[in-house]
Structures are given as structure tokens and as C-alpha cells.
Design a protein around this ligand. Structure first.
Ligand SMILES: O=CC(=O)O
Length: 332
């Protein structure tokens, strides 16, 4: 009997044994394409005909481009499942997938600790203003001349979490261990148990009353540039902003202006609007902490994420359904 066909878009770097076990229940193919143009040609040539499920990585966007309406229409009719290795699935047009009968899964939970750790590192670094002196030291100037302004302690500061999903909730616990008081805004209020007692506030109140604002919400049409000039103006003067979600939830150009005006004192960013490009105004500001999208960049977390994504492929093949469907498809 022929085995179902699985398309691998990207690399398996860690969970090799788990991936090998997939080859017992499926035949695996990989594209030859190295660009979107080539990938489209390969789709049209019928190279992926009969593929039932695809495992894709965040980095595979370099080959396929976004999984958008154009690409989805070219993928074979046989394709029923896309298992995305990552928490954020903004590279995939889920609406178009639904219309074409394709189910999509992501990797929640496994990313929470590593991303919240990165988030906490950025909060501390941005509050303390460590970056300037770290650069000065490497340039042979010790703390810098003049030394940087004194930083701020996290103790007693109000942390506003925008988006109280798994990462936001994980961050809440970590921030409390540093003496911060946590409030949050989310599309819907969480149960007391899930929120861990954090105060639920309106969006505007979150902006107006937080000393540190952390962005932990997914990127979609509703959240693109949810933080821009008007929102910066509502914030406390000297606010610290941290983003480990997706760059485009914040208007980067407006952020640069808000930093220049001193409305935002400092920020810590792991994600950028047009990765790997970083706004020149952010690069030029030594005070801001910049990390090149490394929120989940650990052996343990990458292994957990791959294993989770492989489990989605296994579930798709053996049970005909994904283990962790994305929110938009939970009810179908
Ligand atoms: O950015 C990382 C992820 O979405 O998992």
C-alpha cells in the first residue's frame, strides 16, 4: 500500500528520531526550489501532487514566501494539513486555507518559557539601560563617557501585558518574581485561575497606567500597528516598551519618534517589522536593547517545538486531524 505523502518545508534540526518515525507512516518529499518563483514552478509542474500534509518552519518563508492566497491556490488539492513549527502563524493566510479546506496548526505552550525569559531579559535590560555601557565596554570606554543615566528597578513598577496568552501568562509569573505588579488587556477577560489574579484593564487604561508595556499578542489584521503615534501619546512619559511578539504590531517609525521625544524612555525588541531589516533609528539609538528574533532560540525549546509540530503531522496522518489547530479553526 502506498504511504501518504508529506512535504517538508524547512529543516528538522533536533528531533531527528521523532521525524524518522514519520517516515514509517509516510513518504517524505522536499522541494528543490530555492526561491518563491522556483517553488511556484515546482507546484505547477505537479511535483507536490498527492501531498496530504506539510511541515513548515518559520525560516522556510525564504523559499516559499508567504503562504498566501496565490500560493494556496497553487498547492495540490490533496493538501489537507499545514503544520507550522512556531507559535505565531502570521505567515499563513488561515482564512484562505479554510476556504480551500486546509487545516492549520501551530505550536503553542512549548515556546512559552523561552519567549517569556527573553521578554524578562529585555524588560530588565531596557529598564536598567544596560545596552549603552555594554557597547562602551567593548569599545574600550568602560561605562562610557559620560556614563549613562541611572537605570530603574523593576520592583514596584506596573507591567502592562497586552495579550494574555501562554507567553503573557508565563511572563506574569516571572515579572512578579522581580517585584512587578501585573495588569493586562486581552480581547476577553481571563478566569481568575488563568490570569493568576492579574488586574484586567481596558486597552486605554493599560496604555495610560503601565510603567512597562509588554506586547504579547499575535499579529493579524486587527493587531497590525495596534501601537502607533496615538497610543504612544497616551502612555506615561518615560514608559519602557518590550516586544517579543511580532514587529508589525507596533509602528516602528512612530516608535523611533516616540524614543527621540523621550515619550518612550527605552525599549527592548526581539522582533521587527521587516526582518531581517531593522529601522535605522533603532540601530542608531544605543539605549535600546535589540535582539535578532531569538525568543525561542534554545536547544531545549527548539527540540520541544519540532517534536510538537511532528506530533501534529502524526495526528493528521493517523487520525485525520491536527493536535493543536490554530484559534481560527478550533470550531471547525
Ligand atoms: O517567533 C516565534 C514563534 O512564533 O514561535
Amino acid at each position: 500500500m502506498t504511504k501518504p505523502l508529506v512535504l517538508l518545508l524547512g529543516e528538522i534540526e533536533h528531533a531527528h528520531e521523532e521525524w524518522a518515525s514519520i517516515s514509517e507512516i509516510a513518504d517524505i518529499i522536499e522541494p528543490k526550489a530555492r526561491s518563491r518563483e522556483e517553488f511556484i514552478k515546482e507546484c505547477k509542474s505537479g511535483a507536490f501532487d498527492n501531498v496530504v500534509a506539510t511541515y513548515r518552519t518559520f525560516q522556510s518563508v525564504a523559499i516559499t514566501g508567504l503562504i498566501d492566497e496565490e500560493l494556496i491556490a497553487l498547492l495540490p488539492r490533496s493538501l489537507k494539513f499545514i503544520a507550522h513549527n512556531g507559535a505565531g502563524y502570521d505567515q499563513i493566510d488561515v482564512h484562505a486555507c479554510t476556504a480551500h479546506g486546509i487545516r492549520v496548526s501551530n505550536v503553542p505552550t512549548a515556546v512559552d518559557d523561552a519567549t517569556a525569559d527573553t521578554n524578562m531579559f529585555l524588560i530588565l535590560g531596557a529598564l536598567r539601560g544596560f545596552n549603552t555601557s555594554m557597547i562602551a565596554l567593548r569599545n574600550g570606554h568602560w561605562k562610557g563617557s559620560p556614563p549613562p543615566p541611572l537605570g530603574h528597578d523593576p520592583q514596584g513598577k506596573v507591567l502592562g501585558i497586552l495579550g494574555m496568552g501562554g507567553i503573557g501568562r508565563n511572563l506574569k509569573k516571572k515579572a512578579e518574581a522581580f517585584g512587578m505588579t501585573v495588569q493586562y488587556y486581552n480581547r476577553s477577560k481571563l478566569s481568575e485561575e488563568l490570569s493568576g489574579g492579574a488586574k484586567y484593564v481596558g486597552f486605554d487604561e493599560l496604555l495610560k497606567t503601565s510603567d512597562v508595556l509588554s506586547l504579547n499578542l499575535p499579529l493579524n489584521k486587527q493587531t497590525r500597528h495596534i501601537i502607533s503615534t496615538k497610543e504612544f501619546e497616551q502612555m506615561k512619559k518615560g514608559v519602557v516598551i518590550v516586544n517579543t511578539a511580532r514587529g508589525a504590531v507596533m509602528d516602528e517609525a512612530a516608535l523611533v519618534v516616540a524614543l527621540e521625544k523621550g515619550q518612550v524612555w527605552s525599549c527592548g525588541l526581539d522582533v521587527f517589522e521587516e526582518e531581517p531589516k531593522v529601522h535605522a533609528g533603532l540601530i542608531a539609538n544605543p539605549h535600546v536593547m535589540l535582539v535578532p528574533h531569538m525568543g525561542t532560540w534554545t536547544v531545549e525549546t527548539q527540540t520541544k517545538m519540532e517534536t510538537w509540530c511532528i506530533d501534529n503531522i502524526r495526528s493528521a496522518i493517523e487520525k485525520g486531524k491536527l493536535m493543536s489547530p490554530v484559534g481560527e479553526q478550533k470550531d471547525i
